[in-house]
Write a protein that binds this ligand. Structure first.
Ligand SMILES: [Zn+2]
Length: 473
């Protein structure tokens, strides 16, 4: 096809207002997971977004089908699929701190703001228009599209991806799959997960001497570096704790609040949260608390020993798992990362979990068994399996096609990258994450003021149209 790039650019640029209007229709729906109902397995919000997206796809001339409320598929034609595009219509809750209304899309400073603008309603609509663009330009040029591109819009990505699991139990994947649910250029590696549970039973008879830790609580979610952690220590007054803990807190850069309670002195540590896949960006309040406790002259007992050993296995700042014996990395996926994210202790038990993102070179032998052995040696019981990483070779023809399109429309060099998180394509052979934000752009997905740069949105639409033509025409 002649002048294909110019024609795609002209077609997409001419639809800017329509694209933004259609994204706004979806942003207006608070598609947060809710109570299941008839035909809406993930609640009213996701179901409403699915109905609206169905309407949008129909308006763009795509062939739509509702798969029992789990996913919506939109096809260009009835041919065999060469490409599946996976995006999602559900969102996480709005949270605090918005400068605009989260469910009213607003264009400001060249960006489209609103919950779901980036994750993942904007990219979904970009894909819809890319499909229409590819079909129209082929038709105008008299070029046959002998293969289909199918857009699969899910409604449960944020709460476990049961939507996609449902779909793939009944349908086979296309030979090529990408998901615009990350950023450009191409993410061909998604690390595996190792998030075991471990616990230590406390013997009440042995827990009598003072000073001693009575209770401890750190972290709220498995995949978030804890910003808060607190413990109550009996047998040491506030002044003594202050003198021992304050210097350590200052050295670690964490906040420290002490309070006298009926049970003992409460030690509260304040750090900074981060996603568990990027623990280096956070300041782990839980590991800091364990280090502060290690500075106290606790009496020798089961709880003191167990907490000291946990502190030694997961020291503050060791986000690569060195002390646990599993620091490793490879050229494909980069380093293993580890975030100690949950720990609870009461009078009967200490129980915790960590969240490790493991590279392609990790296996049961060099990772899971090593951690298990060290925790068992420290007196803990351990359970939990490792889930494998996802990897599509960077030199596959499909990946080359994607990178070529990215380079042509942005002028930037394309490359393959690795991520610690997982997307819809995890486990789908040959699948990669592709777009839709540009590298380095702060889109704030899941946070306040989520946004997508309008210029990037249009670029993504053009890139997708080119890829569809390359694979289907
Ligand atoms: Zn997403």
């Amino acid at each position: 096809m002649e002048n294909i790039k110019e024609r795609i650019e002209k077609w997409v640029d001419g639809r800017e207002a329509d694209i933004i209007a259609d994204i706004s229709r979806l942003v207006a729906i608070r598609s947060v997971a809710g109570e299941p109902g008839e035909g809406m397995p993930f609640g009213e919000g996701p179901a409403a977004a699915l109905r609206e997206a169905m309407e949008i796809c129909r308006e763009r001339g795509l062939i739509v089908r509702n798969h029992e409320g789990y996913v919506l598929t939109a096809d260009i034609n009835g041919c065999e699929a060469a490409l599946d595009i996976l995006a999602h219509l559900d969102v996480v809750g709005e949270g605090e701190g918005w400068e605009t209304e989260p469910y009213r899309a607003v264009v400001k400073d060249g960006c489209l703001y609103g919950r779901g603008a980036d994750d993942d309603k904007g990219p979904a609509v970009a894909a819809v228009y890319a499909m229409e663009c590819a079909r129209e330009l082929c038709r105008e040029s008299g070029i046959a599209m002998r293969r289909n591109a199918r857009l699969i819009l899910g409604t449960d990505e944020e709460s476990g991806s049961r939507d996609i699991a449902y779909y793939y139990r009944r349908n086979k994947p296309a030979p090529n799959t990408f998901s615009p649910d990350a950023s450009f250029p191409v993410y061909n590696v998604e690390k595996g997960l190792y998030r075991p549970s471990f616990s230590f039973r406390l013997d009440p008879a042995g827990e009598a001497a003072l000073p001693r830790v009575l209770s401890l609580s750190g972290g709220e979610r498995l995949n978030v570096v804890p910003a808060e952690a607190a413990a109550v220590v009996a047998g040491l007054d506030l002044g003594a704790v202050e003198a021992l803990c304050r210097p350590a807190a200052e050295r670690l850069g964490v906040g420290l609040r002490l309070k006298e309670t009926d049970a003992g002195t409460e030690i509260a540590v304040e750090g900074r949260s981060a996603h568990a896949s990027t623990p280096e960006l956070g300041l782990n309040a839980l590991t800091a608390l364990l280090e502060l406790l290690a500075a106290l002259p606790l009496a020798e007992c089961g709880s003191a020993r167990a907490l000291r050993r946990l502190g030694a296995l997961f020291p503050h700042g060791d986000w690569r798992g060195s002390a646990a014996g599993i620091a490793m990395e490879d050229g494909i996926s980069g380093p293993l990362t580890l975030a100690f994210t949950l720990l609870e202790m009461d009078s009967g038990r200490i129980a915790g979990r960590f969240d490790a993102r493991v590279p392609v070179c990790a296996n049961d032998e060099n990772c899971k068994r090593v951690v298990e052995a060290r925790l068992v040696e420290a007196g803990f019981e351990v359970s939990g399996e490792m889930s494998p990483p996802h990897h599509t070779p960077a030199d596959s023809p499909f990946v080359k096609t994607l990178l070529r399109a990215y380079e042509a429309y942005t002028g930037n060099r394309g490359e393959c990258l690795s991520m610690g998180g997982g997307t819809y394509v995890h486990g789908i052979e040959g699948g990669v994450a592709f777009g839709a934000a540009m590298p380095g752009f702060q889109a704030n997905p899941h946070g306040a003021n989520e946004r997508l740069r309008v210029k990037d949105l249009l670029a993504a639409c053009k890139i997708f149209a080119q890829v569809i033509i390359d694979l289907c025409a």
